[in-house]
Design a binder for this molecule. Structure first.
Ligand SMILES: *[C@@H]1O[C@H](CO)[C@@H](O)[C@H](O)[C@H]1NC(C)=O
Ligand SMILES: *[C@@H]1O[C@H](CO)[C@@H](O)[C@H](O)[C@H]1NC(C)=O
Ligand SMILES: *[C@@H]1O[C@H](CO)[C@@H](O)[C@H](O)[C@H]1NC(C)=O
Ligand SMILES: *[C@@H]1O[C@H](CO)[C@@H](O)[C@H](O)[C@H]1NC(C)=O
Ligand SMILES: *[C@@H]1O[C@H](CO)[C@@H](O)[C@H](O)[C@H]1NC(C)=O
Ligand SMILES: *[C@@H]1O[C@H](CO)[C@@H](O)[C@H](O)[C@H]1NC(C)=O
Length: 477
């Protein structure tokens, strides 16, 4: 049951606090996903049934002609010989959730050292009535076992998401107990105790679960992603469709960006278990958050420039383009501070993700006493292409530079031709800035998920205004 809950809770839900919001992320669980949920639900249950134990019990009974007999069963070593769940079915219940039914299940058990003993309390010597050759052994067969449960998605009083299995019921059709050994006529007295104990053990194995799913997925020290639901799940006869907020926020500070999601809907594909649509809004909310956190800035020093490069980050190199620099600050190393001017903007067009970034680059000369003396500030508008891929349960990216426009912001060294710096800045961006950003993007951003799961057979397509991920899921624990 837990696993079915997991499949649904991986959709990481919360419930609507405000309705009418447009989703940043959409998730669809297909029939194929449910079928996988059924398989792991059945496997989990089979594993649980394989560890059934009949608890110790004791009591006393009037037995003619012996008199009052007290008995106990201890140190039970019951073994499951055979168990089967031959018929199981999972179905979408429109508007509610998922129903799972298992019927005609059976379990055969064998107990070889029951240590059943009986004592006649009238005899001061507690004469044990026990077969001398063997300890009480018996075989148990349970058949026509049926189990049913409904997994629902609801919100609790505070609007938090709850995925729970309800109406969990096990009904045991028949049990039969066969004792072996000389005194089995006597042990048969206890068959109703064993029968009762077994029925209640089976009932307890079929537990109802409740899973509170994750709403906020932490990304790093700056950001978390809100995967709460913005409207009630749509449960049809073929899929469960969820609309999630899919918005990055600064940790502990939920400030809304000056833009909203563009509505989109997932295509009707059903060949994967799970589909996720991640909007450009989600990506742009990330840019907004990292920019707010002041995280979009980078210091470039000479050691970050490949040693093979003919350009060094010093006043000699820059002096060849801007002679005043070599004259005023001879033989000094330089440092560049690249800083976003505005949050970057991401655009999703079919098969293409482009990122527009506006930044300032401040060039400093490093004085012998390590003081940084500003030389000039450039405004840089860069267009960057982004390849996106799924790694683990994360989506990661890799940037390549398309084009750069530079204009002079401020000069502290007099006028100069910005165009002359084009090739050196292209090199700095490609060799130092982009690799640094890629190192971060390659760590990835968490997709809505819970538990230990892997994504397999994953496909990723860039659609207009959103990224479509179709995937199968494998639970690893
Ligand atoms: C019966 O159980 C007792 C106590 O566990 C053990 O000492 C004894 O060897 C067992 N007898 C047989 C025949 O298995
Ligand atoms: C992607 O889109 C951008 C802007 O829409 C365009 O400049 C670029 O050439 C496109 N790239 C590809 C590979 O189609
Ligand atoms: C970047 O700058 C260009 C021109 O300077 C401007 O048209 C564009 O809107 C800016 N983009 C962002 C994301 O601020
Ligand atoms: C460092 O050196 C520069 C240039 O010689 C000078 O202007 C500045 O005051 C010095 N700073 C400190 C903290 O000594
Ligand atoms: C650079 O400027 C030109 C002309 O103003 C413009 O067409 C182009 O889109 C700009 N490119 C970037 C990357 O901002
Ligand atoms: C990122 O893109 C660059 C150039 O396009 C390529 O050389 C590199 O292998 C890519 N890295 C990853 C992790 O995809």
């Amino acid at each position: 049951m837990l696993s079915l809950c997991c499949i649904m809770a991986l959709l990481a839900l919360s419930c609507p606090e405000t309705s009418g919001n447009t989703a940043g992320v959409k998730v669809k669980l297909t029939q194929k996903g449910l079928e996988y949920g059924r398989q792991i639900g059945v496997t989990t249950l089979l594993d649980q049934f394989k560890t059934i134990k009949v608890p110790d019990f004791s009591g006393s009974e009037e037995v003619s002609p012996i008199g009052k007999v007290s008995y106990s069963l201890t140190g039970s070593e019951i073994k499951v010989i055979n168990v089967g769940l031959p018929q199981s079915e999972v179905a979408l219940v429109p508007g509610t959730g998922v129903s799972l039914t298992i019927s005609n299940a059976y379990i055969n058990l064998h107990e070889k050292h029951a240590n059943i003993f009986c004592a006649n309390s009238k005899s001061p010597a507690y004469s044990y009535i026990k077969d001398e050759g063997e300890n009480g052994s018996f075989d148990l067969a349970v058949s026509e076992l049926s189990i049913s449960t409904t997994v629902t998605i609801q919100s609790d009083d505070t609007g938090r998401p709850v995925v729970s299995s309800a109406n969990c019921a096990a009904s045991v059709g028949q049990t039969s107990i066969t004792f072996h050994g000389g005194a089995s006529w006597l042990y048969n007295l206890f068959s109703s105790y064993i029968d009762d104990a077994l029925r209640s053990v089976l009932q307890r194995k079929v537990k109802c679960y409740t899973v509170q799913s994750l709403v906020l997925a932490k990304v790093d020290q700056y950001a978390e992603i809100d995967y709460s639901m913005v409207e009630s799940p749509v449960i049809s006869t073929s899929s469960i469709d969820l609309s999630l907020k899919g918005e990055f926020y600064n940790i502990g500070e939920h400030k809304e960006p000056p833009f909203a999601p563009t509505p989109f809907s997932l295509p009707p594909d059903e060949s994967n278990m799970l589909y996720m649509g991640i909007s450009a809004f989600t990506a742009n909310s990330a840019g907004f958050v990292y920019n707010n956190a002041g995280a979009l800035s980078l210091r470039i020093t000479d050691d970050m420039i490949p040693s093979s490069s003919p350009f060094r980050l010093n006043t000699k190199t820059f002096g060849t383009f801007i002679p005043q620099i070599a004259k005023q600050y001879p033989d000094l190393m330089m440092e560049l501070l690249v800083k976003a001017a505005t949050a970057p903007t991401v655009m999703f067009t079919p098969n293409n993700i482009t990122l527009q970034a506006n930044a300032t680059v401040t060039a400093y000369a490093i004085q012998p006493n390590t003081t940084l003396t500003p030389l000039f500030i450039l405004n840089v508008d860069a267009s960057v292409s982004c390849q996106i891929y799924v790694t683990g349960v994360k989506v990661a990216g890799n940037l390549t530079l398309n084009a750069v426009n530079m204009t002079l912001g401020t000069s502290y060294v007099g006028p100069f031709e910005v165009k002359s710096l084009d090739s050196i800045f292209q090199m700095v961006l490609k060799a130092a800035v982009i690799p640094e950003v890629n190192a971060l993007l390659q760590q990835g951003f968490p997709l809505p998920a819970i538990g230990e799961m892997n994504l397999v057979n994953t496909q990723l397509v860039i659609m207009k205004d959103y990224l479509l991920i179709g995937t199968d899921v494998q639970f690893t624990a």
